[in-house]
Design a protein around this ligand. Structure first.
Ligand code: ZN
Length: 133
């Protein structure tokens, strides 16, 4: 699944695109694994609320500021992006039932971009499973 990010730091809700992949499949129930093949972005589950997403961006920028004498910046000037990616996830596993992600009322899936704009490649794998407890 290709995702185009629009700016250096970007947050993109990928929930509907992942649900579309599930709907196109021949599986009704299972586990959906979303995996990012990159080192400067992350996959996150949280609420799609504009002020909250802004707060998350602000927190990450405060914890891991740009230009902090990181050694990796001498290579391609994106150490902070790698560090943010390191402290978050680069994969998610979410159950789905009846061809729909089993998300809580306030949950959405996000791609967090830290070194955009770029074309990102996410792998979506669906594993058949119908024994949820
Ligand atoms: Zn780098």
């Amino acid at each position: 699944m290709k995702i185009l990010t629009r700016k250096r730091t970007d947050i993109i809700d990928i929930t509907s695109r992942v649900n579309s992949q599930i709907q196109k499949s021949d599986l009704n129930d299972g586990i959906c694994v979303i995996y990012s093949k990159h080192t400067t972005n992350s996959l996150v589950i949280n609420e799609n609320e504009k002020k909250l997403l802004s707060d998350v961006s602000k927190l990450l920028a405060k914890l891991i500021p740009d230009g902090n004498d990181y050694l990796h910046d001498s290579i391609d000037n994106n150490a902070a992006a790698h560090l943010k990616s390191t402290v978050l996830n680069n994969s998610l596993a979410v159950p789905f039932k009846n061809k729909e992600l089993e998300l809580g009322r306030w949950q959405s899936l996000f791609l967090f971009e830290f070194d955009g704009p770029r074309e990102r490649n996410l792998l979506v794998s669906l594993v058949k499973c119908d024994n949820f407890y």
